[in-house]
Structures are given as C-alpha cells and as structure tokens.
Design a protein around this ligand. Structure first.
Ligand code: F6P
Length: 191
C-alpha cells in the first residue's frame, strides 16, 4: 500500500511577520516543530524512508534531524513572487494594489510580475508527480502553495480550488492509496 507523507516547513521568521517568499530561517517555534517532526517520523519506523525538501533553508532545517536519505529539489521551492518577493500582504496592497486585485480575481492563473502563477508551479511539478507514483514512504517538506498543488493533484481537487486548499503549519499529512484514489489523514503537532 503506497503511503506518502507531507509537511510544510516549521514556522519561519517570515511567517511570523507575514512576509511572502524569500529564504528566511526557522523561528524558535519552527525549530521546535522540526524536532517534533523528526521524533514523530522516527517512531513510525517507515521502511526505506526518503525525505524530499525544497532548496530553501526553512525546509532543509525542518527535515535536518530526520535520519533518512534527503534530496533537495528546486521543483519543491515555494511559488516565486518575482517583484513582490519578501513583501507583506499589506505592503503588496500599498505598492501593487492592481496586482493584488488581479490575484484576488483569478488566483489560479495570476502570475506575479517576473514571478510565477499557481499554473506555473503545477507545470514545474508534473515530472515530480510522475516520480511520486512509483515511490512509497517519501516525506516531502515543502511550502504552502506547492503542497496545495501536490495534494490537489492526488486528491482530485478542482483546479480553481487548489490555491485555497487548507494546508496548515505544524501538521503532518499522510496520503494512502486505496485502489485508484488517495485518502488523507492529518496529525496536528501541539506546537
Ligand atoms: O505565507 C507563506 C507562503 O508560503 C508564501 O511564501 C507564499 O507566497 C504564500 O504562502 C502562498 O500562499 P498564497 O498563494 O495564499 O499567498
């Protein structure tokens, strides 16, 4: 039975102050989650576990304590917000009000200036999605938008709803294949 595990990175310094994108380190709470995640995953005793993270420091630090082979993949990097990288949503509304309105109107197709859209993220994930289908016991540590796209694919979420799919911090998500469809279970860490 194929099982795949997913988690967002632990809370980052940018999550604390509401900035998007960037490459911020984990916050103290985020580091506590990283320890809890490693403990939880080791207790599962998963045969031939592999860990796939993005190339950003917050996912690498979240997975660092897990004893398993680790791959750091650009495909798993967070949606790139181009000229809007590292802004808060308030600064976005001030500096780029038209962009924010366009995004609110069509979040799936909206592409940040010199950045990516959710559709772009989905396209860069296609080769990886095919690899997942041949694997079991992979723990993926990635980011909000990317995990929305991956989980949306496996759970057959309608495309328009994918940019709004709820993927909370400090939660381990398990997908299990039954026949042709996946079921999802979540474990929220008390952090
Ligand atoms: O806020 C955390 C974050 O991962 C940002 O880096 C990213 O831009 C955002 O979430 C994606 O979520 P949304 O598409 O809802 O802005």
């Amino acid at each position: 039975q194929q099982t795949l595990y997913f988690s967002r990175h632990g809370e980052s310094e940018f999550n604390v102050i509401g900035r998007i994108g960037g490459d911020a380190p984990l916050s103290p709470r985020g580091r506590i989650y990283a320890q809890a995640l490693a403990k939880h995953v080791h207790a599962l005793n998963l045969p031939s576990l592999q860990v796939w993270t993005s190339t950003l420091q917050r996912t690498k630090a979240t997975a660092a304590g897990i004893q398993a082979p680790q791959l750091h993949l650009h495909e798993l990097d967070e949606i790139y917000s181009g000229d809007c990288e590292c802004l808060t949503y308030e600064e976005l509304a001030e500096k780029f009000p038209r962009e924010l309105a366009l995004r609110d109107h069509e979040k799936l197709k909206y592409r940040y200036p010199r950045g990516e859209s959710y559709i772009d993220v989905m396209q860069r994930l296609v080769p990886l999605l095919q690899q997942y289908e041949c694997e079991t016991n992979i723990l993926t540590v990635s980011h909000q938008a990317v995990l929305r796209c991956i989980l949306g694919y496996f759970l057959d979420v309608p495309s328009e709803e994918i940019p709004y799919f709820h993927v909370p911090l400090h939660t381990i998500i398990k997908l299990t294949l039954h026949g042709y469809s996946y079921t999802m279970e979540t474990v929220k860490m008390p952090i």
